[in-house]
Design a protein around this ligand. Sequence first.
Ligand code: ADP
Ligand code: MG
Ligand code: MG
Length: 889
Amino acid sequence: KKWVYLFEEGKAEMKSLLGGKGANLAEMTNIGLPVPPGLTITTEACNAYYDAGKNFPEGLMDQVKSALAEVEAKLGKKFGDAENPLLVSVRSGAVFSMPGMMDTILNLGLNDVTVKGLAQATQNDRFALDCYRRFIQMYSDVVLGASHADFEHILEEYRERQGVRFDNELSVESLNALIADYKAMVRRTTGQTFPQDPMAQLEGAVRAVFSSWNNDRARVYRQINRIPDNLGTAVNVQAMVFGNMGNDCGTGVAFTRNPSTGEKALYGEYLINAQGEDVVAGIRTPLHISRMQEELPECFEQFVEICGILERHYRNMQDIEFTIERGKLWMLQTRNGKRTAAAAVKIAVDMVQEGLISKEEAILRVEPEHLDQLLHRRIDPTAKLTVIATGLPASPGAASGKVVFDADEAEALGKAGEKVILVRMETTPDDIHGIVQAQGILTSRGGMTSHAAVVARQMGKPCVCGCEALRIDYNRGDFAVATASGGIKTYRKGDIISIDGATGRVIEGVVPMLEPELTKEFRVLLDWADEIRTLGVRANADKPEEAEMARNFGAAGIGLTRTEHMFMAQDRLPIVQEMILAQSLEEREAALAKLLPMQQGDFYGILKAMAGFPVCIRLLDPPLHEFLPSLEDLLVDTTRLRCAIETTDGDRKEALLDELNEKEQLMKKVRALHEFNPMLGHRGCRLGITYPEIYAMQARAIFQAVVQLVDEGFDVEPEVEIPLVAEVKELAYLRKVVEETAAAVMTETGTKFHYTVGTMIEVPRAALTADQIAKEAQFFSFGTNDLTQTTFGFSRDDAESKFFGVYSERKLLSDNPFIVLDRDGVGSLMKIAVERGRATRPDLLVGICGEHGGEPSSIEFCHLIGLNFVSCSPYRVPIARLAAAQAAI
Ligand code: ADP
Ligand code: MG
Ligand code: MG
């Protein structure tokens, strides 16, 4: 079996066999760029090594030796030779780059004899000794397990003793003594003598690279980045070139374009008289790459030329490592460079305009999720921060403000123009009014799909949740965190903190922010995406401002307006409670009559903001008790009142007794409304069926708003949506309520208007009986949050906090199905619903409005099964446009 490839035998396409680094070294060699010769040991050899219980597969070292012989022949040097020794670097190279997996070993092949040969051959003692001490240091660290810090101490000692600042100023005498100290230290701390046989050195290094595939760092990295564990790493053995031979030498790294802005200009750094990692290690301050033009003009010119060649060849921005040995330039690595979202967008668009790539390729080059960065304020990456804790990055963006623990207080301060961060153990729908007024939300409990997270994302507010390090005490009005030094620090109400929803960091004080960048290129890319995609993109919005923002981001309509958020507003809640507590139909209708003009105003605003596009309005969905205070709160209140009554007399006592009576009535109602399983309980269309007057009021509010707008000359397309239907008769019943209301409004006003009635598909039975349901529904909208809950039988709030952690650890769930749509289960139901629904009604409009509507892989699935649109939070509209285009390519 062939385990070893010379660079000239490989090519870029052989990445899975040769690893990324090896494949690109081969590619550069074959397009004629100056690459020091070398060989690559395949990833298959690494896997075979593990299969054989950590033994080299048969023939491996023989193949290495014969390939090495060819390298020797090319260079006229011999590995281990006493006169003119060939030195090599041993470099790991996985298929996907895994930063920090293993440290590269440079200058391998040196020993007490060959170091003299190297000094002779180069006429440079200092250089040869510098290489040797670097080699001992790296090899002992990586292969023998010596401690890096021990070497640094010795090095520092010598620098001090000789009174110099930098390693490359050490004298030959210092270096000789230092090497002796190094070797002694290695013997003392590892119990092993530093190996003198170059072939043994090479074997040890190859073994160490193989082993590094399974070190903790690498395993964790793979887990986070979802890289399979069975890929293995390749090993590159490459002839050394030296950047540390003097002032006509150097080493550097460069990007062919600016990785942070995308600007088309070389971006990078280099160091004169240095080797390998010196540039990144921060030992000396490197120079900007443009300085090379003055210091080493010929090299610079050649380097610029090669950068051009590589960009044209790979048709992508490259991240390049190079070394200059006595005025000669050598290429040591190239790969597609990592970049910020802003740079990704600019580079993709520029490259189309430069004729390097097609529009389709440009669209595929940008990661939709990545765009999130561009749509929110973010912390200036150069700022110095005091991070006090880290939670889950639940909703991107950054915010600073005063700590507030109570939603009412957040609302009051927010309305008064103060910036606040609402800090809660968790949030509930009761907190909406506070969330609206806060700059950001921080919770100590709950996952990425907890209430706070979902609401924050929809509003485009930064949110950090599940920050378990916070010990929140509502009574004292503070939260405590452990500090790095082992102490405890307390932050009080009113203290200023910042949160970074993109990373989950919680930071002390105010931090400098950058505004979202909606650049010209960004718009161009999204325009191209619109040309290509076939899937519509709408937004979920409950307010005119949200609708407007969604429109600016390119949404063509609203896929979900949740009317309950309108019920939560502070000034309406009492009326809503009045409606819920009503003892008779008359009482309820009286309360509803008060709500009618308010709802009409809501719908007027949102329909107007989206004029020309469809607006899908869902009638009331959540169980009623969500609008009432909790039993716990009421218990506290009544107990307090009883105590007060005991010690009070007269009129005051009467008043308190009245209040107590009221609270007790409320408690009775709350008890009566209590449900064992509200998620599966009295909600959705079931509310509409038991209290048709509620839906009738909402329908009337919609249609009266429509009439107003039609009369004002606006073009509006209302879609009335009935939630949680499981049986076609439910829908038929409520559709009649809606249609009668519409007819009544038309007669009363004399204005005709167009509207449609449809349903959400969010329980399996609805999906399975979609053929029947489509008889009554003009549109379907998949409520995949609920459909996922009801298909799995997982309660979302419990699943995430109680057992998903264990599930993902044991690899029982590859993705959280509340984030990434479960194609096999939930997806099958969707497919069935689309097919059966359209069999009954070929022009059935079908969309999705769950959280999945903004998630790229779920969007792809929606495209595949022929949905008409996806709907997501306004801030995710650009992401959905791009993802929909990618799905269509
Ligand atoms: P990483 O994957 O961590 O970047 P590399 O294998 O690319 O590790 O090695 C790091 C650095 O070591 C390179 O950027 C280069 O400066 C230096 N290096 C590696 N191989 C050689 C070589 N054959 N000659 C000179 N320098 C080398
Ligand atoms: Mg590298
Ligand atoms: Mg639902």
